[in-house]
Write a protein that binds this ligand. Structure first.
Ligand SMILES: *[C@@H]1O[C@H](CO)[C@@H](O)[C@H](O)[C@H]1NC(C)=O
Ligand SMILES: [Cu+2]
Length: 161
C-alpha cells in the first residue's frame, strides 16, 4: 500500500485535530476546595462539563471524603452502605460517561447541613466537524458519546482500506 500525498495530509490533519481537543481539569470549589458551607451550585454555573474532563476534590484527608451517589441519595443525603469513598484529599475523578453525576461528602452531616454536595451534568464530546464528507457511514455504528473518536477511527479505517 502506498500513501498518497492527499492521504498523508488528511491523516496529519486528523492528528492535529485530535491533539487540539484537550480535557479540562476542574478544581471543585476552586481555591476553597471541597469544604463546608461552600456554594457548589453557584460554582457549577456557567461551566460545561464534557466526557473526558476531570474533577479534582481538594481537602484535608480525614476531614472529608468524596462519594459518588445516585440522585435519590443526593437529595436525601443517604450514603451508600458499601464504602467506596475517595479519601486521599486530592481525589481526581474522570468524567467517563455523559449524564447527571452526584457527589457528596459522607462525613458527619456535611451533606445534609453543610452543603457538601455537588451535582453536575456531563455532556458528550461535541463532534468535531467532519474532515471528510464520505466518512459518515463508518461512524454510524459507534455511540455518539465517542463521536470524535468514532470519526477519527472511522477515517483511519477508510484510509487503510
Ligand atoms: C441509590 O443509592 C442508594 C444507596 O446506595 C440505594 O439504596 C438506592 O437503591 C439507589 N437508588 C436507585 C434508584 O438506584
Ligand atoms: Cu465533609
Amino acid at each position: 500500500m502506498t500513501m498518497s500525498c492527499a492521504n498523508v495530509i488528511f491523516l496529519a490533519t486528523l492528528v492535529a485535530l485530535a491533539t487540539s481537543i484537550s480535557a479540562t481539569e476542574y478544581t471543585v470549589g476552586d481555591a476553597s476546595g471541597w469544604t463546608l458551607d461552600f456554594d457548589y451550585q453557584t460554582w457549577t454555573q456557567g461551566k460545561q462539563f464534557f466526557v473526558g474532563d476531570k474533577l479534582v476534590f481538594n481537602y484535608s484527608p480525614g476531614k472529608h471524603n468524596v462519594l459518588k451517589v445516585n440522585g435519590t441519595s443526593f437529595q436525601q443525603c443517604i450514603m451508600p452502605s458499601s464504602n467506596e469513598a475517595l479519601t486521599s484529599g486530592n481525589d481526581v475523578v474522570t468524567l467517563l460517561t455523559p449524564g447527571r453525576k452526584w457527589y457528596v461528602c459522607g462525613i458527619g452531616k456535611h451533606c445534609e447541613l453543610r452543603n457538601m454536595k455537588l451535582v453536575i451534568n456531563v455532556e458528550s464530546m461535541s463532534p468535531a466537524p467532519s474532515p471528510s464528507t464520505t466518512s459518515g457511514s463508518s461512524t454510524l455504528v459507534i455511540p455518539k458519546t465517542y463521536g470524535f473518536a468514532a470519526a477519527f477511527i472511522g477515517s483511519l479505517l477508510m484510509f487503510l482500506i
